[in-house]
Design a protein around this ligand. Structure first.
Ligand SMILES: Nc1ncnc2c1ncn2[C@@H]1O[C@H](COP(=O)(O)OP(=O)(O)OP(=O)(O)O)[C@@H](O)[C@H]1O
Length: 838
């Protein structure tokens, strides 16, 4: 106790005036009062300025004396409503400095004031930069236009700054030059600051260009036709032959794959009508139709009928049919499939949705470092441990002191002094790493007296995260050496997160989701969110149509009910099996290879292939779940964890209670990446990390991460709930898919077990035959395939499968695997169908 007290007092005395002031400033009341004062002062200044415009003329002669003489003298009075001080301020700002543009000072004072009070407005740094630019520009511009009023006005519109600067410009580049400069800087400012500005001013030019392009084409087409009519016909004939040449099978399949994704760039570079986007494609084709019909049909037909009357024309009309042109274009080799074209206008969240939290805090002073070093060295000396050198690495919340002990010192001796060192430093959360793997030193981690908050914004904007080539990059925070820590969930491949209540687990989960949202397009990633507490993850329901996956007919996209969790997990195992089948058919080893082949159009969607988004399953409060559902959730989780990495399904499970009955051996064995926030006991730490340490953390996002052998201490990035809300609002406001990604339905296996004898084949589903053909063509008897292909509910698809089984087309139910198809080809199938009809 007494050591602590003494230490505290000592520290207080050592604090410089400046840091005391900083501490006060962090104090909410102090900020609030300062804010109020600034707002009040801004009003005062505004009144002073306003009054100056009316009273400045009357008061102007009084400003000629020195400031103090002016203020002190009781005889001098002014008409300005804000008295002599206000009058003097207004005169100085307006006449001596920036003229009317000085109003920006009032605005800035007001904004700073309300920001300190707690209002959420634009970033002050940004406001200052804009205000400075606007003030300088306005002052020079007014100085330029009112240059002649200098002698006969009490008011300098541009202030002395504007007057002198514009005078200097005029002398240097003349009045025309100055005028152009003023105009250009204004346009540059608008172009730089407002995204709508450049399109707005370039629009009229583009229209003209487009018009002249069109008329040129029309003209040239006409003259071409008139001048070289016969050669045009020949060209058309050749084109017809080309387009009607037998189609390569792959190409025709590719065309079906293409859907929305025709090469967009080709329209930009080529004058030939190449489809880009469905809309554009239509427009271009229609335009061509019109041109062609105009050129060939009415005019030429008529002309030839009138003047020529030969058979050529008939031939020509047929061959100039528009479909041939568009066919020709479709035959062009297609570019890569781009899954993001589904939502082509989707924009990743912008950085300004994230806050910069308290960037000024967390400076570790040299004093603190030296004092800690001395204490460490002294404690070691007290126990007769000599050291060769000591080095400090300052992290955001922790400083690592690395010691090289003198030869002959036993490492275990230092390790045993953990408590003594903690006592001498009067600090919690001291951790000794003896030795630091691969460094040959002993590390002592000491918490900083003023921990820094690592803002999510700094981590997301970091080069390391932005340039990351990881498939599923997670920006967790900063390591002890202040490096951004990014982890690839695709390689993790499953993660266990534990931490006692209030130690930063929820913030950690938000950081994980936020990182992925900042990197991935909705077509590339889906979340399955399980939140038995019902409050933590509910915030993400706004992005249901972009990033969430759920069971069919499920209303809520965030799963809170235990029974639904069980169904969802089983559904995920079905999805996993289906994905495995697809990978097998595609001869791909993992989802990355598979998607690469799909993107390169080497896989045919007609055969059931589809782009596979990553699925990240996040289960919060896993303990609650396992206590209620036990093996029912443990088994599917274990199964997914064992197998799903290759097919792009990754799990993150979080728990407050990392006891062995919750984190069972099966779970632990399949979750190699472990993240521990501060936990209550060393046993908990061992359960989660297989080593102690998590019990010695300092909380508030301090965490240990292991991906196998080594343990990394990371300060988790802080992302506050309002920021997460803003990101969700931003994404939610954009166009999404019609619904969340629908997972295969699972109904406890009931739907799959109808006895073949019970099925009446005379009451076949109208889609029976078509379904049979699809099943045989794909050689896969899966209910969800039928569900997807016909957009029908699970029950109906299940009934069709039962009928197919009764007809001997598919085999019996085989758990979560697709049924075997018993008919080898369509020829055989037709025979089966005929016999049923028979
Ligand atoms: N990375 C961080 N940086 C700074 N402060 C943090 C960080 N993470 C958490 N905190 C602080 O700790 C508080 C509790 O965090 P959080 O809500 O994540 O705890 P939790 O472990 O999820 O608790 P519970 O299990 O009860 O939900 C936060 O409100 C915040 O003030």
């Amino acid at each position: 106790m007494s050591t602590g007290k003494k230490n505290k007092t000592g520290k207080k005395n050592r604090k410089s005036g400046l840091s005391k002031w900083e501490t006060n400033f962090k104090n909410f009341k102090f900020r609030f009062i300062t804010g109020l004062a600034l707002v009040a002062f801004s009003f005062y200044l505004a009144l002073a300025f306003l009054s100056f415009f009316f009273t400045g003329f009357a008061d102007r002669s009084k400003f000629d004396i020195a400031f103090w003489d002016f203020i002190k003298s009781a005889e001098i009075t002014v008409q300005n409503w804000t008295g002599k001080f206000g009058a003097w301020l207004a005169d100085t700002f307006i006449n001596d400095w920036f003229g009317v543009a000085s109003v920006s000072v009032v605005v800035l004072l007001f904004m700073t004031g309300i920001k300190l009070i707690g209002a959420k407005i634009m970033k002050l740094r940004k406001a200052f930069v804009h205000a400075a630019l606007i003030t300088i520009w306005t002052s020079v511009t007014l100085g330029f236009f009112f240059i002649d009023t200098i002698n006969d006005q009490y008011l300098l519109f541009g202030g002395a700054h504007g007057y002198f600067l514009s005078k200097w410009f005029q002398a240097a580049i003349g009045w025309a030059g100055t005028f152009i400069l003023i105009l250009i800087t204004l346009l540059a400012y608008f172009s730089f600051c407002f995204d709508w500005f450049i399109p707005l001013i370039s629009k009229p030019f583009q229209k003209k260009e487009a018009k002249s392009d069109q008329s040129e084409t029309e003209e040239s087409t006409e003259s071409e036709i008139n001048v070289n009519h016969q050669s045009k016909i020949r060209a058309e004939e050749e084109q017809f032959e080309k387009t009607h040449a037998p189609l390569d099978e792959d190409l025709s399949l590719d065309r079906a794959v293409s859907g929305l994704s025709e090469a967009a760039e080709s329209t930009a570079t080529s004058h030939t009508p190449v489809p880009s986007h469905p809309k554009e494609e239509k427009e271009i084709v229609i335009k061509d139709d019109e041109t062609l019909e105009m050129d060939f049909e009415p005019e030429n037909t008529d002309k030839s009928l009138e003047h020529k009357g030969d058979e050529d024309l008939e031939l020509k009309i047929e061959k100039a049919a528009t479909e041939e042109i568009s066919d020709h274009n479709e035959d062009r080799p297609l570019g890569d499939y781009d899954p993001t074209l589904d939502l082509s206008s989707y924009k990743l969240p912008t950085f300004d949705l994230l806050e910069e939290h308290d960037t000024d805090s967390g400076q570790v002073g040299e004093e603190e470092l030296i004092s800690n070093k001395n204490r460490i060295v002294k404690t070691l000396e007290d126990y007769k441990i000599q050291i060769k050198s000591i080095k400090a690495t300052v992290g955001p919340t922790i400083t690592l002191y690395e010691i090289v002990p003198a030869p002959g010192v036993r490492i275990s001796k230092i390790k045993n002094l953990e408590d003594d060192i903690a006592l001498s430093l009067a600090a919690l959360g001291i951790r000794i790493i003896a030795p630091i793997p691969g460094r040959g030193t002993i590390g002592i981690e000491v918490p900083n007296s003023e921990p820094e908050i690592v803002s999510m914004r700094t981590i997301i904007t970091s080069r390391k995260f932005q340039n990351s080539k990881f498939e599923l990059p997670i920006a967790f925070g900063k390591t002890i050496s202040n490096e951004t820590y990014v982890l690839d969930l695709a390689k993790a491949p499953h993660m266990l997160v534990a931490g006692a209540t209030g130690q930063g687990k929820s913030v950690g989960l938000n950081a994980i989701i936020t990182s992925l949202l900042y990197k991935k397009h909705p077509s590339q990633l889906k979340f399955v969110l399980v939140d038995p507490k019902k409050v933590e993850l509910n915030i993400y329901s706004k992005i249901e149509k972009h990033f969430l996956a759920k069971l069919p007919d499920e209303e809520e996209s965030i799963i809170t009910d235990v029974q639904r969790v069980v169904s969802t997990l089983h559904s995920l195992t079905i999805e996993m099996d289906e994905r495995y089948d697809l990978l097998k058919k595609a001869h791909a080893r993992n989802v990355k290879e598979y998607n690469h082949k799909f993107v390169k159009r080497q896989l045919n969607p007609e055969k059931g292939h589809r782009f596979l988004p990553y699925i990240v399953v996040i289960i919060d409060e896993f303990a609650d779940l396992i206590m209620t559902a036990g093996k029912d959730v443990e088994m599917p989780i274990a199964r997914i964890a064992q197998l799903a990495r290759a097919v792009g399904i990754h799990m993150i499970i979080a728990t407050q209670r990392p006891s062995t009955n919750i984190i069972t051996g099966v779970i632990k064995a399949n979750f190699p990446t472990r993240v521990a926030f501060k936990v209550a006991s060393m046993i908990d730490s061992r359960t989660i990390l297989d080593s102690p340490g998590a019990n010695q953390l300092i909380g508030r996002g301090d965490m240990l991460i292991t991906q196998g052998s080594d343990l990394v201490r990371v300060q988790c990035a802080f992302v506050d709930t309002p920021e997460v809300e803003q990101i969700n609002d931003y994404i939610g406001a954009q166009q999404g898919y019609p619904s969340a990604l629908i997972l295969p339905e699972y109904n406890g296996g009931d739907g799959e077990t109808a006895e073949p004898g019970e099925v009446d084949l005379s009451k076949r589903d109208p889609m029976f035959e078509e379904a049979a053909r699809i099943v045989v063509a794909n050689q896969s008897g899966s209910t969800s395939l039928i569900q997807r292909r016909f957009s029908i509910g699970y029950n109906r698809a299940g009934r069709i499968i039962d009928q197919l089984e009764a007809a001997g087309i598919v085999g019996p139910f085989e758990g979560s695997k697709a049924r075997q198809v018993l008919v080898p080809d369509e020829y055989e199938l037709e025979k089966v169908i005929d016999s049923i009809k028979g």
